[in-house]
Design a protein around this ligand. Structure first.
Ligand code: F6P
Length: 372
């Protein structure tokens, strides 16, 4: 029999995404309507893992009053971290070195000690994998898909993606004018980890001439060819969008570094593409890295609505007795999909999808080898 719910916790983990506060507001209001108490765990799971660092119990009471006026705000009122994985918690050894320790049972005991009956975990593939692990260990868990990268399985979209794409498109629009004035190549590096969704959507929406994504190992010669052909037809400038996880056919993804308990940091491919294109075309070129600007700021109306729908659906899932599922957008409705089917998986851009086809029909190159 399903345990009666009296108190639930919300957690936001991993990189933030515009729309998180909408999820928090909707889940809080929907839970209060059912007479449940709601608490938010500060900074991912750290509020419960290391409560001594917070000066209180590491939890934030969430009430209709405390979630008022937050839907339009970027970030998360709970805080987040990508360093507090309870399954691989970084612990410093006496000799100064670090090891990753599984502290998930300790975390589950703290849910119990705080009278928390269920968890709504709002995160990307990493946080959903943690949620799956906790659920397997006995906690009642519902997941909500969050990431600007849009790389989660089994949901048509994640919130945060639309805001990132809209802002990237606005930036690229601006770069068009200055690139045109100077007759330059402008290379725009965007986030997205190992998926090209942001690069593809922003690039097509803003009329880029080349888009390099992780799904297609690129060569610069075909890109230079498109730029030179444009030049011959009188267009002296070109815009190239590069996803941070894109890699040359003859090389590797650009990794900045990796710290204990964290995913590797990507970045730097934009500068490499700029140098390469300058050498091939002889044209003056510049790099713009949009980076964390894509994660900041106010969510678009689309992301607000999606966040609100996800938050409300997560509470409905608990009320219906569900467990171990992620709420997922399957337009026009919400689905519930097993967490095991999304944990630690990444959804890549299908090379035959309509947006890819559209890009090709518009003459946009993906840096694929030229056919002779
Ligand atoms: O997953 C979201 C994301 O913004 C990626 O696009 C990017 O690679 C990563 O997070 C950056 O993480 P951090 O905030 O740790 O630099």
């Amino acid at each position: 029999m399903t345990q009666t719910i009296k108190r639930i916790a919300l957690s936001t983990g991993g990189g933030d995404a515009p729309g998180l506060n909408a999820v928090i507001r909707a889940a809080t209001l929907a839970a209060h309507q059912r007479g449940w108490e709601v608490v938010g765990i500060r900074d991912g799971f750290n509020g419960l893992m290391v409560p001594e660092e917070y000066g209180d119990d590491g939890l934030m009471d969430l009430t209709p009053e405390s979630v008022r006026g937050i839907v339009h705000l970027g970030g998360t009122i709970l805080g987040t971290t990508n360093r507090g994985n309870p399954i691989a918690f970084p612990v410093q050894q006496p000799d100064g070195s670090w090891v990753e320790v599984d502290r998930s049972q300790e975390l589950i005991d703290r849910f119990d000690a705080n009278g928390i009956d269920a968890l709504i975990t709002i995160g990307g593939d990493g946080s959903l994998a943690i949620g799956h692990h906790l659920q397997q260990a006995g906690l009642r868990v519902i997941g909500v898909p969050k990431t600007i990268d849009n790389d989660l399985e089994r949901t048509a979209s994640t919130f945060g993606f639309d805001t990132a794409v809209s802002f990237a498109s606005e930036c690229i629009d601006r770069l068009f004018t200055t690139a045109t004035s100077h007759g330059r190549i402008l290379v725009v590096e965007v986030m997205g980890r190992y998926a090209g969704w942001i690069g593809l959507h922003a690039g097509v929406a803003s009329g880029a001439h080349a888009i390099l994504i992780p799904e297609i190992p690129y060569e610069l010669e075909p890109v230079a060819e498109v730029i030179e052909e444009r030049e011959r037809r009188g267009s002296k400038f070109s815009i190239v969008v590069v996803a941070e996880g894109a890699a040359p056919a003859s090389g590797h993804v650009s990794v900045i570094g990796k710290s204990i308990g964290q995913a590797e940091r990507l970045g730097g491919v934009g500068a490499k593409v700029t140098t390469g294109l300058e050498a091939l075309t002889g044209k003056e070129s510049r790099t713009v890295v949009l980076g964390h600007l894509l994660r900041g700021g106010s969510p678009t109306a689309f992301d607000r609505l999606l966040g609100l729908r996800f938050g409300a659906a997560a509470v409905r899932a608990l009320a219906e007795g569900r467990d171990g599922v992620m709420v997922a957008l399957n337009p026009p409705t919400m689905d519930y999909v097993p967490l095991v089917e999304v944990a630690k998986r990444q959804r890549h851009v299908p090379l035959d999808c309509d947006t890819m086809q559209t890009a090709r029909d518009l003459g946009i190159t993906f840096g694929e080898p030229l056919t002779v």
